[in-house]
Design a protein around this ligand. Structure first.
Ligand code: HEM
Length: 81
């Protein structure tokens, strides 16, 4: 993670759709999950968090706070805030 480039919140916010790419933030790391959207078990709900921090959504859908989900997320890391 230390080698990842730094991006701004504004830059992340622009990636809020399948057209622009779907970026999310989790604990100050930025993930490009565009290619995961089709395989998300929760379907298109994942797009609600596009360009934003996922934590408020994951507080509601607590299924995500598991090692399994975090290991999927880790594969998509692209930057740090
Ligand atoms: C389920 C990943 C964002 C809603 C899951 C599961 C994974 C996953 C792996 C299956 C978990 C299990 O059953 O053990 C992700 C990732 C996300 C993300 C990597 C972001 C990068 C979201 C968001 C929402 C959401 C933002 C809602 C706004 C759900 C729901 C389920 C689910 C409702 C349960 C589906 C079911 O079992 O019927 N997600 N998720 N997810 N996700 Fe997400």
């Amino acid at each position: 993670n230390a080698n990842l480039p730094t991006v701004t919140l504004e830059e992340v916010a622009k990636h809020n759709s399948l057209q622009t790419g779907v970026w999310v933030i989790y604990q100050n790391t930025v993930y490009d999950v565009t290619n995961f959207v089709d395989s998300h078990p929760g379907g298109e709900k994942i797009l609600l968090a596009a360009g934003k921090d996922v934590e408020p959504f994951w507080d509601l859908y607590a299924v995500h706070k598991s090692p399994h989900v975090l290991s999927i997320l880790a594969e998509y890391a692209i930057a740090r805030l």
